[in-house]
Design a binder for this molecule. Sequence first.
Ligand SMILES: [Fe+2]
Length: 155
Amino acid sequence: MNRMSADLITQDELIEELNGLMAEELEASLRYFALSIMVVQPTEAFSELLREVVGETMEHAGWVAKEIRELGGEPKINVKLSSTAVPMTTEEAVAEILIVETAALECYKDLLGRCSHFDESSGVKRFLAKQVEEEEHHVSEFRDLCHGLGIDPDA
Ligand SMILES: [Fe+2]
């Protein structure tokens, strides 16, 4: 694959970026698990959504790994996460999750933009576009949860 401009990505760089995204998905899943044990008296809506998102985030990491293999690369797991279980409120946890989900959405969008020179039918481009939709859905679910808890998600 030819490199067309400084912003457009080569296949090797793409594999590298996808490995980074896989690590971020795994870290997010672990972080959400940590939050699930840190929140004191969580609301039912929060607990249910968190359980769902822990699973989905882990599943996203698996999809990224599959994509890396399809590009001829090797998925490499390099996860760094340590956390002390500090008691926190549902509101604090939701605010933190919203930051993580928004960052994931931006990462997928950014990588999709850097693949603009790939053919429209390219598998990785379709994958990234689907991930943008997945993360938009997560962001919107947590924004709705914020509204339900009386928190301003844009504060
Ligand atoms: Fe997500």
